[in-house]
Ligand binder design. Structure first.
Ligand code: NAD
Length: 298
């Protein structure tokens, strides 16, 4: 029988990822500060812990999927955090998108407790999480990567080793900067085309057979009604929150500053998403950039 896995953070992404581990036969023990999120997993067959510490005392394999750096620090280093009751030779896999330096700090603290911490952020939206086809970008030692891959393969179709701890985050931050830029580009393109009298479904079809095609136009189109089963066709509910995208763009800008890399479009995308976050779009999916642009016309 597969060994028990601890899962912390059962939000838009984590709840699907945890369910996929259950489906593949892994016993689970879960924790989230949100009782509703926990209840869903309990009904699906998971055991429930009262704290991250209880998870660490129960199992040596833990996956976390939390919003941002501060939540990861709280879960691992806080009172009743993972580190307070960690067993030796534990494997900690954090799939949240956070500052690479925080991943490195967590890895150092884990090493002091004779355990390993790997960063393994993901690409792919909530549907990819549901369908277990995420891409994992993993930073950490090669030996632990192989063990991590066995677990992560149950939740994704690509598990890529990027290098030392923190490099998974580096890859993820770069990807999301490009994603934000392409989502804004797709949103303004669709808005312009519609104003020129084009039917949005037809315009999307043409873009997707032409050189403007991208993930934002083809898989996650921001215009309501163009695709079924994406947040834009569900009042921008669920999906990847605008506040989270703003966070990722901030991480990219910090990295660009530290490495003196010119990222003019990344910087502009950050500002646009920050304005959206401050204008009532924080909890909406990031494809609501289209709705935001439309509202500027009113
Ligand atoms: P979310 O906000 O929907 O879920 C986060 C969960 O963490 C929530 O259930 C929340 O209650 C829980 N949480 C917060 N603080 C906690 C704590 N101290 N202890 C335990 N649980 C706590 O976020 P999400 O959309 O699932 O994203 C999670 C991470 O994955 C983020 O870093 C995000 O940037 C990244 N990501 C998201 C997507 C997406 O499409 N949603 C895609 C790729 C990567």
């Amino acid at each position: 029988m597969a060994s028990t896995i601890g899962f912390i953070g059962l939000g838009n992404m984590g709840n699907h990822m945890a369910r996929n581990l259950l489906k593949k036969g892994y016993p689970l023990i879960v924790y989230d500060v949100n009782k509703e999120a926990v209840e869903g997993l309990k009904q699906a067959g998971a055991n429930v812990a009262a704290s991250p510490a209880e998870i660490a005392a129960t199992t040596k394999k833990i996956v976390s999927m939390l919003p941002a750096s501060q939540h990861v620090q709280a879960v691992y280093t806080g009172d009743k955090g993972v580190f307070s009751s960690l067993q030796k030779n534990s494997l900690l896999i954090d799939s949240s998108t956070i500052d690479p330096s925080v991943s490195q700090l967590m890895a150092e603290e884990a090493a002091n407790l004779d355990s390993k911490f790997l960063d393994a952020p993901v690409s792919g939206g909530v549907n990819a999480a549901r369908d277990a086809i995420l891409t994992f970008m993993v930073g950490g030692p090669e030996a632990e990567f192989e063990t991590a891959k066995e677990i992560l393969s149950n939740m994704g179709k690509n598990v890529v080793h990027c290098g030392a701890v923190g490099t998974g985050q580096a890859a993820k931050i770069c990807n999301n900067m490009l994603l934000a830029i392409s989502m804004i580009g797709t949103s303004e393109t669709m808005n312009l085309g519609m104003k020129l009298g084009l039917d949005p479904k037809l315009l999307a079809k043409i873009l997707n057979m032409s050189s403007g095609r991208c993930w934002s136009s083809e898989i996650y189109n921001p215009v309501p009604g163009v695709l079924e089963g994406v947040p834009s066709s569900n009042s921008y509910k669920g999906g990847f929150g605008t506040a989270l995208m703003t966070k990722d763009l901030g991480l990219a800008q910090n990295a660009a500053t530290a490495t003196k890399s010119p990222t003019p479009l990344g910087s502009l995308a950050h500002q646009l998403y920050r304005v959206m976050t401050n204008s009532g779009f924080a909890g909406k999916d990031f494809s609501s950039a289209f709705q935001f642009l439309q509202e500027q016309d009113k």
